[in-house]
Design a protein. Structure first.
Ligand code: SF4
Length: 101
């Protein structure tokens, strides 16, 4: 079983962050999961906190709600900048994204 499958099967908490240095600003992530991702006026995508506020600190993470897991994974897969990182909260291992195994 891959790390990705294990994380999903075990229902582990996941979080997501965006490397804005590589973001192309195309907005694919915000189309897939607008509850999690949004473009700011600088044209780059950011993750949202629980209060809908954009988290602009470098490497800021937000929890991935289970009902949105597929949308967030699709965003990471389709992201042309390869800059969406989904990782396990417990040990920070990336399970979807450019650094996943
Ligand atoms: S899909 Fe990737 S490159 Fe496109 S806006 Fe979202 S984070 Fe940026």
């Amino acid at each position: 079983m891959t790390v990705q499958q294990e994380a999903v099967v075990q229902g582990e908490a996941l979080e997501v962050w965006i490397d804005q240095d590589l973001c192309t600003g195309d907005g694919i992530c915000a189309q897939y999961a607008p509850e999690v991702f949004e473009l700011d006026i600088d044209g780059l995508a950011y993750v949202k906190g629980g209060d809908e506020e954009l988290l602009q600190a470098k490497g800021a993470t937000t929890p991935v709600p289970l009902p949105l897991l597929t949308d967030v994974i699709d965003s990471a897969r389709e992201c042309p900048g390869e800059c969406i990182h989904v990782r396990r909260v417990s040990d920070s291992v990336e399970v979807y994204g450019p650094n996943a195994e």
